[in-house]
Design a protein around this ligand. Structure first.
Ligand SMILES: Nc1ncnc2c1ncn2[C@@H]1O[C@H](COP(=O)(O)OP(=O)(O)OP(=O)(O)O)[C@@H](O)[C@H]1O
Ligand SMILES: [Mg+2]
Length: 426
C-alpha cells in the first residue's frame, strides 16, 4: 500500500544543514527529514527527484536559483498545496528566502507539473524608496505613448523583482492595515504614479476621512476632481458619481459598448477612500446620519458592481476590516486585495480571505500582502510627502480655473463591442 509520509511537527533535521553546503542536496535532505514523500508497496520511501535548475534573474542581475523536482507518482495535489504553505521548512533549513510552487510549464516545452523550489540570495528589503521603482515593462522609458492605455501601478518589491497591479485587469482594490503601517503612503504612491503616467486621462475623486488632512493639499491638482473630507461631502460626491455612472451606462448601451477597455475612451476615474471605517453606521448614531452613511456604502458598492466596465476604479481602504467596515458587495467585487499588518488572523481572513497579515513583521512599515488568485509578500515603495509634491506640483491649477467635472463621454462614434462586462443597473 502507498502511504503519505506525514510532516513531522519539528523539523530538526532541516535546521541542521550546514551553511554553504550544496543547495540542491540540502533541499533533498529537507524532503527526507520532513517526510515529504510516499512509501511504495515494498515499503521504500520515495521523495521528489531533482530534474533541472535555472538561474533566476531580475534585469541583468542573478538573484537566485530555481530547482525543479519531479514528484513521486501517487503524491496528491493537496499535499503540494500543503507544502507551498510550509516554505519555512526550506527557508529555515537553507537560511535563505524561498518560494515553493507546484506548476506546469516550468521546463520549456513540457506541460507537466513540477515542484519548484526557488532559492533567493537576498530577502525583500525593509525599505524601498519610490525613486528606485524601475521602469514598468509596459511603460518603457522611450515609448511612454505605447503604454498609455495601460493602467498599471507599482505595488512593491517582491523576492522575484517588482510586483505591479493592472487596473484594466482588476478594476477595484481593497486595502487594509492597522494604523501606521502604510495604507496612506500606498495610496499616495498610487495617486502619484497614476498622475505621472496619465496626466491627461486620470480623474481622481478622493474621500479622505481624516478631515482632508492627508490629501487636502492635492485638491488643486488638475487631475483631482474632488476631495471629500467628511461623510456629508462624501455622500454628495458619491451621489454625483453615481448619477454620472447611470448616464454613461445608457451611453454604453446605446453604443453596444460592453467594456471601456474596448472603446476609444481614454479617461479612467479613480475613487479612493482613505479610512472607510468612518463610513460604517453605528447603533448610537441618529437615523439621518445612519442613512447617509448607508448611502455612501451603497454607492461605493455600486461603483464596484457596475463601474468597472464603465471605467471606474475603486480603492477602498480601512484600518479595521470587519463586515461593517468592508461591506460584502465591495469585497466581492474587488479582486485585488492589499493588506498591511493586522492584529489577528480573523482580521486577515476578512481582508484577504486567508491568514497571514497577523504574521507580518511588527517593525517593518510598508510590508504587505497582495492577494489575487495567489498571495505575494511585498515591500511597498516609500514616497515622502515632499517628494510627492515635487513630482506633482506642476499640475496645480488656480482654484478659479477648476471647473465642474466634465462629461466623461468623449467619443460618439460606434465601436465594435468586445467583452461581456457591462453589468445591469438594478
Ligand atoms: N512603504 C513604506 N516604507 C517605509 N515606511 C513607511 C511605508 N509606509 C509607511 N511608512 C512609515 O509609516 C508611517 C505611517 O504610514 P501611513 O500614514 O501610510 O499609515 P496608515 O496605515 O495610513 O495609518 P493610519 O491608519 O493611522 O492612517 C509613515 O509616515 C512612514 O514613516
Ligand atoms: Mg492613513
Amino acid at each position: 500500500m502507498i502511504e503519505w509520509l506525514a510532516f513531522p511537527l519539528l523539523v530538526a533535521g532541516a535546521a541542521a544543514i550546514p551553511k554553504g553546503s550544496n543547495e540542491r542536496k540540502s533541499i533533498q535532505t529537507i524532503f527526507e527529514n520532513t517526510g515529504y514523500g510516499i512509501t511504495n508497496k515494498k515499503g521504500e520511501p520515495q521523495f521528489p527527484k531533482f530534474k533541472k535548475k535555472y538561474p533566476i534573474v531580475d534585469g541583468e542581475e542573478k538573484i537566485g536559483t530555481k530547482y525543479v523536482f519531479q514528484i513521486p507518482l501517487g503524491l496528491p495535489a493537496t499535499k503540494m498545496a500543503e507544502l507551498e504553505k510550509k516554505v519555512h521548512f526550506f527557508s529555515d533549513g537553507l537560511s535563505r528566502p524561498v518560494l515553493v510552487e507546484f506548476k506546469a510549464w516550468v521546463i520549456p516545452k513540457d506541460p507537466r507539473k513540477y515542484l519548484v523550489i526557488k532559492v533567493f540570495k537576498k530577502d525583500i528589503p525593509d525599505l524601498f524608496p519610490y525613486k528606485l521603482v524601475p521602469e514598468c515593462p509596459v511603460y518603457p522609458e522611450k515609448h511612454k505613448k505605447a503604454g498609455e492605455n495601460k493602467w498599471v501601478i507599482p505595488l512593491g518589491k517582491v523576492l522575484e523583482g517588482m510586483l505591479w497591479h493592472d487596473f484594466e485587469q482588476i478594476p477595484h482594490m481593497t486595502v487594509a492595515g492597522t494604523t501606521r503601517f502604510g495604507k496612506t503612503v500606498f495610496l499616495k504612491v498610487l495617486v502619484t504614479y497614476l498622475i505621472e503616467y496619465h496626466p491627461q486621462d486620470v480623474e481622481l475623486y478622493i474621500i479622505d476621512l481624516k478631515g482632508g488632512l492627508e490629501f487636502g493639499r492635492y485638491k488643486l491638482l488638475e487631475q483631482v476632481k474632488g476631495v471629500a473630507s467628511n461623510p456629508m461631502e462624501a455622500a454628495i460626491m458619491l451621489d454625483g458619481i453615481h448619477n454620472q455612472m447611470k448616464e454613461e451606462y445608457k451611453y454604453f448601451q446605446e453604443n453596444f459598448y460592453t467594456n471601456i477597455s474596448n472603446t476609444p475612451i481614454k479617461k479612467r476615474k479613480f475613487i479612493i477612500v482613505d479610512e472607510a471605517a468612518q463610513l460604517a453606521p453605528e447603533k448610537w448614531m441618529k437615523k439621518e446620519q445612519k442613512e447617509m452613511l448607508g448611502m455612501c456604502q451603497f454607492f461605493l458598492g455600486e461603483i464596484t458592481r457596475i463601474g468597472g466596465g464603465l471605467g471606474y476604479r475603486e480603492v477602498f481602504c480601512t484600518q479595521y476590516p470587519t463586515s461593517d467596515t468592508l461591506p460584502r458587495s465591495i469585497k466581492q467585487n474587488s479582486d485585488g486585495k492589499v493588506t498591511f499588518r493586522l492584529p489577528s488572523g480573523y482580521a486577515s481572513e476578512v481582508a484577504i480571505d486567508e491568514r497571514g497579515a497577523e504574521e507580518l513583521p511588527s517593525d517593518v512599515k510598508g510590508r504587505g500582502l497582495y492577494k489575487t488568485h495567489e498571495l505575494q509578500k511585498m515591500q511597498v515603495p516609500l514616497l515622502e510627502d515632499h517628494d510627492m509634491w515635487k513630482r506633482l506640483e506642476r499640475y496645480q491649477v488656480p482654484q478659479s480655473l477648476k471647473g465642474a467635472t466634465e462629461n466623461v463621454v468623449e467619443y460618439r462614434e460606434k465601436e465594435k463591442p468586445a467583452g461581456e462586462d457591462l453589468v445591469k443597473f438594478g
